[in-house]
Write a protein that binds this ligand. Structure first.
Ligand SMILES: Nc1ncnc2c1ncn2[C@@H]1O[C@H](COP(=O)(O)OP(=O)(O)OP(=O)(O)O)[C@@H](O)[C@H]1O
Length: 324
C-alpha cells in the first residue's frame, strides 16, 4: 500500500504521483491520501516530520493546505540604528530582522554604511542611537551574552599575526572558553574545511590576503556561535576556497546557524543568500527575500537601479592618448 509520503516523492506504484506544484486543485475523491503529503512545505524541520508518521491519520487542521509553518525565530533584531561621524550620517535609522537559519546578505555601494552597520551589530562600534538584539541579548546592555553567541569576521581586522594559524585558532578557542582538546580538534577541522591545513604552522603575517580571510573565518567559527557576522568574507578568496567556505556556511545554516554577510559580489549573494538588504547612503532601500528584492531583474540590475544607476563616463580623453 502506498503511503502519502511515497506519493509525494513520485513512487513507481500504480497510482499516479502527485505533482507538488498544484496538489490542492486536483479533486480525485481521495484528497486525504494525496494532498497533505505533497503539500508539505520545504522549510519544515526534520524533527517536525518525525513527529507525524506518514501512516497515521493527521487531524483535519494539520492537513489543511492553508496551514502555514511558523517562521523561524528572529535571531538578530536591529531597531532604529544610527551612527554619524561629524556631519556624515553613516547609518541613518536602520531596521533589520534576521531569522534563524537565514543566510542574509547586506549589499550597497562603497561608503553606503555596511561596515558601520555590521560593526554596531557585533558590538565593535557604539551607535549614537538604536538597539541591537542578538539571540535576545542587547549588544550594548548585555555585551557578554550577545558576544558569546556571535562569531565575527570584521573588515580590516587586526590579527595577532606573529602566531601561527594553529596558535591563533587555538587562542581564539580558549578565549571563548573551549577546553584545550576541543580547541585543538576544531583547529584541525576548520583548517581542513577551509583548505588551509597545510599553512596552519606558518605565522599568520606570512599569509596572503585570501589566507588571512580564511583564518579569520575559522576564528569566527571556532566557538560554534549561533550567529556569524561576516564583513566581505569572500573578498580576495579564490573560487575553489570560496565554494568550500560556502559549503561550510550552508551546512551551518542548515543546522540552525544564522549568517549575516556583506558583499559586493552580487552573483555570489544571489547564489547563497535567501534574504538581502540593499543599503544606500546609510538607509535600507530594499529588504526581504531575494526574490522580493530583485523582482524579475537580476540582483545586480536591481542594485544598480537602487544605487542611482550608472554614471556615463565623459572626458578623460587623455587616457587614450598614451604616454609614449
Ligand atoms: N571612522 C570614521 N570616521 C569618519 N567617517 C567614517 C568612519 N568610518 C566610516 N566613515 C564614513 O561612514 C560612511 C559609511 O562607511 P562604511 O565603511 O560603513 O561603508 P561601507 O558600505 O562599508 O563601504 P565599503 O563598501 O567601501 O566598504 C562613509 O561615508 C565613510 O566615509
Amino acid at each position: 500500500m502506498e503511503s502519502s509520503s511515497s506519493a509525494a516523492q513520485g513512487s513507481s506504484s500504480s497510482r499516479k504521483p502527485v505533482k507538488q506544484a498544484k496538489p490542492a486543485t486536483r479533486r480525485t475523491g481521495k484528497p486525504e491520501v494525496t494532498a497533505p503529503g505533497a503539500k508539505k512545505p520545504a522549510g519544515v524541520a526534520p524533527g517536525a516530520k518525525k513527529a507525524a508518521p506518514s501512516t497515521a491519520k493527521a487531524p483535519r487542521a494539520a492537513r489543511s493546505p492553508r496551514a502555514k509553518p511558523e517562521p523561524p525565530p528572529v535571531v538578530v533584531e536591529v531597531t532604529s540604528l544610527r551612527k554619524t561621524y561629524g556631519s556624515t550620517v553613516a547609518v541613518d535609522d536602520i531596521d533589520l530582522t534576521v531569522r534563524r537559519g537565514s543566510m542574509f546578505g547586506v549589499v550597497g555601494p562603497n561608503g553606503a554604511g555596511k561596515t558601520t552597520t555590521l560593526s554596531m551589530i557585533t558590538g565593535l562600534l557604539r551607535p549614537d542611537s538604536g538597539t541591537v538584539l542578538v539571540a535576545g541579548s542587547d549588544v550594548w546592555r548585555d555585551p557578554i551574552a550577545a558576544k558569546r553567541v556571535t562569531g565575527v569576521l570584521p573588515d580590516r581586522m587586526r590579527l595577532f599575526d606573529r602566531l601561527t594559524g594553529a596558535q591563533l585558532l587555538y587562542y581564539c578557542g580558549m578565549l571563548h572558553g573551549l577546553d584545550r582538546s576541543t580547541a585543538s580538534s576544531r583547529t584541525e577541522d576548520l583548517g581542513v574545511a577551509l583548505g588551509i591545513e597545510g599553512s596552519l604552522n606558518r605565522p599568520v603575517r606570512d599569509y596572503s590576503i585570501g589566507m588571512v580571510k580564511k583564518i579569520s573565518l575559522a576564528a569566527a567559527m571556532i566557538h560554534s556561535p549561533r550567529v556569524l557576522v561576516l564583513d566581505e568574507p569572500f573578498e580576495s578568496v579564490d573560487p575553489v576556497s570560496t565554494s568550500q567556505a560556502i559549503d561550510l556556511l550552508q551546512r551551518y545554516t542548515a543546522s540552525g546557524g544564522t549568517v549575516l554577510l556583506s558583499s559586493h559580489n552580487m552573483a555570489l549573494v544571489e547564489r547563497v543568500c535567501d534574504s538581502v538588504a540593499v543599503i544606500v547612503d546609510g538607509s535600507v532601500l530594499a529588504v526581504g527575500t531575494l526574490d522580493e528584492v530583485r523582482g524579475k531583474q537580476s540582483l545586480e540590475e536591481r542594485f544598480v537601479e537602487l544605487a542611482g544607476g550608472r554614471v556615463a563616463v565623459e572626458g578623460l580623453e587623455w587616457l587614450t592618448t598614451f604616454s609614449d
